[in-house]
Design a protein. Structure first.
Ligand SMILES: *Cc1c(COP(=O)(O)O)cnc(C)c1O
Length: 219
């Protein structure tokens, strides 16, 4: 089932759109099945869960962190991940930079945008993104590679479209500014129920869990 889902999704994605398999709550065996079917990037939300899964399956694909990264977990996250998609403060960026310096590693990161302006959600407000990226661009051990957004959750995926549009607009504006070492290469938006709309609005990275692995129990 997982293999079939992965093949269906991959065959329908337009060229240049990258699939991240959102693997929270999934077992090492489920992750292996997804990778065997063609998944090249695994997304994880929780550092301890990622450490366990990584310990079991190893670097069989790239690992992206897509959850809210607590500052006291940065040291544990940095050795595992190939990209952190959810940087939303200069302080978090500086901590990642410091841990990467210890390992002689340079971490690609995306800046998470709170496109829905939801107070309880993580991400930087769209109007604060430029200043944050200018600060992050000064660090030697991280490289900004683009933006990520979740957007508010709706029953009707069509309602997510304006938030993807706004994030794409911001992505293009930032790309035109030329912000030092920061690049606007990846725009990560869209999940199982919204990824088609996100792609129509310019996403080139989509994070899909349920449509690959089935419904989740709990979180
Ligand atoms: C869980 C999750 C996804 C995937 O959600 P599905 O609806 O299962 O496809 C994508 N992005 C983030 C940040 C997630 O936490």
């Amino acid at each position: 089932m997982i293999a079939e889902n992965v093949r269906m999704i991959l065959s329908a994605l337009p060229d240049g759109v990258i699939l991240v398999a959102a693997a929270k709550t999934r077992t090492p065996d489920e992750i292996r099945q997804a990778v065997a079917a063609g998944v090249q990037i695994i997304g994880e939300n929780y550092v301890q869960e990622a450490a366990d899964a990584f310990g079991a399956v190893g670097h069989i694909a790239e690992w992206h962190f897509i959850g809210h990264l607590q500052k006291n977990k940065v040291n544990k996250a940095v050795p595992i991940f190939d990209m952190i998609e959810t940087v939303d403060s200069a302080d978090l960026g500086a901590r990642i930079d410091r841990e990467c310096a210890k390992l002689g590693k340079v971490m690609p990161v995306l800046v998470e945008i709170n496109s829905g302006r939801e107070p309880q959600k993580s991400g930087v407000l769209p109007e604060d993104a430029e200043q944050l990226i200018r600060a992050l661009a000064k660090l030697d051990h991280i490289t900004v590679q683009g933006l990520m957004t979740m957007g508010p959750r709706f029953g009707d995926p069509e309602l997510a479209r304006p938030y993807f549009q706004e994030t794409k607009r911001l992505f293009d504006e930032l790309a035109a500014l030329g912000l030092g070492n920061a690049k606007m290469r990846y725009l990560s938006m869209g999940m199982s129920n919204t990824y088609r709309i996100a792609i129509e609005e310019g996403a080139n990275m989509v994070r899909i869990g349920t449509k690959i692995f089935g419904e989740r129990q709990g979180k």
